[in-house]
Design a protein around this ligand. Sequence first.
Ligand SMILES: [Zn+2]
Length: 377
Amino acid sequence: MLVLDAHCDAPSQMLRLRDFGADNPRGQVDFPKMKRGGVDASFFALYIPAELPVDQAREHMWRLLAELERQVAAAGLSAGDVRAAGSGAAGSAADVRVARPAVDVRLAGSASDVRANKAAGRLSILVGLENGSPIGDDLSMISLLYERGVRYVTLTHSADNQLCDSCTGQGKWGGLSPLGREVVLEMNRVGMLVDVAHSSWKTIEDVLDLSTAPIVYTHGCCHALSAHRRNLPDSLLRGIAAGGGVVGMSVYPPFLSEEFCSVLAASRLEEKMWVEAEFIADPGNAAKASAWFKVQDELAMLPRPGVAKVVDHIEHTAAVCGIGGVGIGTDYDGIEVTADGLEDISKVGAIFAEMRRRGWPEADISAVAGENFLRLL
Ligand SMILES: [Zn+2]
């Protein structure tokens, strides 16, 4: 079975000095954990904060991509080799002290790359761009990004941008902007997947009307089971699947259960997010890192929805739109707390074990685990 995670935020963690060749106890994703969990391929998203103006957004994007390429190239090297070769952020990280098993990892840009890498015992890293803000108003950026290996662009993030409205924005355009329409058509022409995670429902309807290619919602869950604004109503689950697209189910507790949202609110731990912001701004500062890890430990102590709830969302999506429309998009390394029993990517097999326990046929489990998304690459 080939397992593909349609979304994680690994590159941002690389800029927080994490060495992905090492089995890092604080990481939700690294190469040894992917290997251990039987995860063959993962989309590493270049996440661009909404507040960055276009020139800074581009600079940040290229910096994330350069560090991702450097860490993939360094993955099979020993700690000493990494120190000798390292010129980027992680080259100076102290985590070369931890176990650094050699894992063969390559960048991939197509389904055939992913299958060839799996056959050779290698992991595949695919690249997505989370937020279309770096495109600015320059349509030629889309083919440039494709040439550099990017295979999907998430149109927006937490705020409305030049392309469309976000589900957490102000409704600036009432859906896709005129420029956003041009960008979607250019993405169709180039063969770049359109990802509507974080988009407003009206944006998603507009993209479904316009796009000539299947679209994806790389990380989110079902609104019918948990009324979170990042989850999709049945009509959009159906629309995306009817167009040949796929929705990647996340392991983020607030998407999985409304009860957890109440527990989180009552814990008042969300008020401590400034602790993470301080760590992000100064990742080499051990005190700031451990202060953030302590908040994460407190979050992990909360009663969290588990593997069964993730499979409930998978089963709801499959019932609404058919098995062909369901995938996995964990959002690891972009979430401060995970589902119980799914603390990192090495544990993702628990989802498939639960599907098996509920009587899912192997072929359908394989479809959800990776084949559905691979069909689009
Ligand atoms: Zn996201």
